[in-house]
Design a binder for this molecule. Structure first.
Ligand SMILES: Cc1ncc(COP(=O)(O)O)c(C=O)c1O
Length: 390
């Protein structure tokens, strides 16, 4: 039997074959410690610096502005806690948004226990932040603004250049979580104007457990991990050479023909959307219709529970829920809640995300399976209602 069609590329991506090939020598034979001054250290050290250059090229920054981390979560922790600790004497107010990943929101909550204050700016129904709302939240003691580049659930892209300009005007540091946008849309830090930017390797065909943080020259978050002098003293510990090499190669691949990849993901996503919307009534798109990641499709099916759909299609399609319904309660994602998606729609929300490897045949199989599942659930619900006279 064929594997389920993989439509959860925002959850994680498969490893690109080229990434595995680049990593292979550093797993099989090139085991040296990059800090070693002898022969065995030379190639690993060069490989780490080459990888740093490859990440920097995709970001359009200098390679000494790139610091490797264990992933998006650590990058966000480093950026936000690092800036809070470095600037805590100047001010203790941070601005973020209600739709950030927990790797930002939980860091802010942790800082609140330590005496910082957070303003969580809301979003509109398309999941977009209003720059004026950010402006109104700025106080004399604001030290950091952290707004994600693109949302992981609905894909809405935020006006980062405008928010960065505002931050700069007020002398506030600006961070963006680009875990989802890197490799899907341009992430040129000069255009975005940010001081700090987080990357997660496993969202762009590199392994899990590797990421990076861009820190603009002249910006000084507190050190994340104390010890020896790796990562210019910011993150002590012997480098994970194969994984760093993998992330570098993944960035290099993302930089090759980015328009083509984005067009492919978008055409697969739009084929999926059209296939479903043509055959099913009561389908609603969540997220911004235009300013949205080219691969992300968050759909709500009215009156149907998301986990029922995912159970029905489980052997045929891999997707993510936007809500979890238990026997008598529904827990919506904080993103759908912030977007004020009405409950009867929100509870039937699934996130489908396409990738570089998605094929038209896979999309057609997925459409068929989802249509069949939704129709069967609707029939069962209608039958149950009829039988109970509701
Ligand atoms: C927007 C966003 N930020 C941060 C993360 C966390 O990244 P990692 O899994 O590499 O820690 C994710 C992962 O889902 C994400 O989607």
């Amino acid at each position: 039997m064929a594997h389920p069609v993989y439509l959860d590329y925002n959850g994680t991506t498969p490893h690109a074959p080229e990434v595995i090939e680049a990593m292979r020598p550093f797993i099989e034979t090139q085991f040296g410690n990059p800090s070693s001054t002898h022969w065995y250290g030379i190639r690993p050290r060069k490989a780490v610096e080459e990888a740093r250059k490859q990440v920097a090229a995709l970001l359009n920054c200098r390679s000494h502005e790139v610091f490797f981390t264990s992933g998006g979560t650590e990058s966000n922790n480093h950026a936000i806690k690092g800036m809070a600790n470095a600037l805590g004497n100047k001010g203790r107010h941070i601005i973020t948004t209600a739709i950030e990943h927990p790797a930002v929101l939980e860091v802010c909550r942790h800082l609140e226990i330590r005496g910082f204050e957070t303003t969580c700016v809301g979003v509109d129904q398309a999941g977009k932040v209003n720059v004026d709302d950010i402006c109104n939240a700025i106080r004399k003691d604001t030290i950091l603004i952290s707004v994600m580049h693109a949302n992981n659930e609905v894909g809405t892209i935020q006006p980062i250049p405008e928010i960065s300009a505002l931050a700069r005007k007020h002398g506030i540091a600006m961070h963006t979580d680009a875990a989802q946008s890197m490799g899907k849309i341009p992430t040129d830090v000069q255009v975005l104007g940010v001081d700090l930017l987080s990357i997660a390797g496993h969202k762009l065909y590199a392994p899990k457990g590797i990421g990076a943080l861009f820190v603009r020259q002249g910006v000084f978050p507190e050190k994340f991990c104390h010890g020896a002098s790796q990562e210019r003293g910011y993150r002590a510990g012997t480098e994970n050479v194969p994984w760093m090499v993998g992330l570098g190669r993944a960035c290099e691949l993302a930089a090759q023909n980015p328009g083509h990849t984005a067009n492919h993901m978008k055409s697969m996503r739009d084929r999926l959307h059209k296939g479903l919307a043509d055959q099913l009534d009561d389908v609603r798109l969540n997220g911004h219709p235009d300013d949205r990641l080219p691969n992300t499709l968050s759909l709500s099916f009215k009156g149907v529970e998301a986990n029922r759909i995912l159970e029905e299609i489980g052997l045929e399609v891999a997707a993510s829920p936007g809500a979890a319904c238990h026997s008598d309660t529904v827990s919506l994602s904080h993103v759908l809640e912030a977007m004020k998606i009405p409950l009867e729609w929100a509870k039937g929300t699934i996130r489908l995300s396409t990738g570089r490897m998605t094929t038209p045949e896979e999309i057609d199989r997925a459409v068929e399976a989802i249509v069949r599942a939704v129709e069967a659930i609707v029939r069962a619900v209608t039958h149950l209602r009829g039988a109970s006279g509701v």
